[in-house]
Design a protein around this ligand. Structure first.
Ligand SMILES: [Zn+2]
Ligand SMILES: [Zn+2]
Length: 294
């Protein structure tokens, strides 16, 4: 008698997605935390224990908020979009590798524009300045976002996925890369100058993104990229150097940083309601003067 093997359902991307993301997060986090101990770029103002508890508390809260508010993960939504034929890449025939690369780059450009918008619109800046008000700049700053900003970002990401028609694998890769890059470019780490210059031709480095966390308004309104350094260079928002050396740059948001609640979980959650929505400006046109042709 021939017995038929039970059908094996291949695990969908949805089953693996949380584990791939968690593994990548923990791996990149551990690597950056160790690098920060071995070769720090700036002296810390606050002990890790205080800031890390608050910043990582926000990560847990944000993960829960996304799970509760959205019935599908981004990669699962991309699979649904493919099934229904939504978006540009689902309307054309491209080799899978090309569609993958185009989708990753297009998603990166979309979050570049989203980041510019969160600086330019005063109400959105109220949310986004929670990220900027961190008095220190390290691997945990890369995950310090207000839950409402995270929910809005997720909604924007889903809309971008539907418009682009991004393949599910590209969405998952993009999320893992974005997460790892955010931890890398918020690292309080020292890179040899030559290496920093070479990397900056392609990806955003810690020295490049640290300028974006300056208290100087014109500096904060530059270097919006998270992964690829090209968008800032192409769209005129690139700034090669801050006015002060990296070790002495003033980091944070005037009026919020140094106020005490800037390093507490409750303080960060209430921060959008605090004070005026100052500091929100469009990219500074004088920026060209500080840019570098390379
Ligand atoms: Zn920003
Ligand atoms: Zn940042």
């Amino acid at each position: 008698m021939v017995t038929e093997a039970a059908p094996v359902h291949p695990a969908g991307i949805d089953d693996w997605e949380p584990w791939i993301r968690l593994g990548a997060f923990l791996g990149a986090f551990a690597a950056m935390a160790a690098w920060e101990v071995l070769s720090p770029r700036r002296e810390r103002l606050h002990p890790r224990r205080v800031r890390w508890t608050a910043n990582l508390g926000l990560v847990v809260l944000n993960s829960l908020a996304v799970r509760l508010a959205f019935p599908v993960a981004a990669a699962g939504f991309a699979a649904l979009a493919a099934e229904r034929g939504w978006g540009a890449l689902n309307a054309v025939e491209l080799p899978p590798a090309v569609a993958f690369a185009v989708a990753v780059a297009a998603l990166d450009l979309a979050i570049y524009f989203q980041h510019v918008m969160f600086h330019a619109v005063p109400l959105l800046w109220r949310l986004h300045r929670v990220h900027h008000a961190d008095p220190d700049f390290d691997v945990t700053t890369g995950a310090r976002f207000h839950p409402i900003e995270i929910l809005l970002s997720m909604a924007i990401k889903l809309a971008a996925i539907a418009l682009i028609g991004a393949p599910a694998a590209a969405v998952l890769a993009f999320e893992v890369i974005l997460n790892a890059c955010a931890m890398f470019n918020h690292g309080n780490v020292r890179l040899p100058e030559g290496l920093d210059r070479a990397l900056r031709r392609v990806i955003v480095t810690p020295d490049m993104h640290r300028i974006h966390h300056s208290m100087e308004m014109a500096e904060a309104n530059s270097n919006y990229g998270f992964n690829l350094a090209w968008w800032d260079r192409l769209l005129g928002t690139y700034r090669a150097r801050a006015g002060l050396p990296q070790e002495r740059m003033r980091i944070g948001v005037e009026g919020l940083t140094g106020s005490g609640p800037d390093v507490s979980l409750a303080g960060m959650l209430a921060m959008p309601l605090q004070g005026a929505a100052a500091h929100s400006r469009a990219p500074d046109p004088r920026l060209d003067g500080a840019g570098e042709p390379t």
